[in-house]
Design a protein around this ligand. Sequence first.
Ligand SMILES: [Zn+2]
Length: 82
Amino acid sequence: MALEIDAAIQAKIAAGVLSLARLPSRASVVSGTRRQCDVCDELMVSTDIEYEVELANGRLVHLHRICYWAWFDACAAEKRER
Ligand SMILES: [Zn+2]
């Protein structure tokens, strides 16, 4: 599961949907709004915890809690490698 999320994150970064440029900030936590997750493309239902994050370019992305933290970890790892 974790590996699949990591692969999905890499695909979204390649597609320009997500970035590792900086740690995500200004995340809002809401209950699922039936949007598609910007990492795994699955719907977030009302029982899911949804993270809404504003990117550096002002675009909002919507992520499952687990997808958000996997992305956060990837950003933190990127910073350590520099
Ligand atoms: Zn997800």
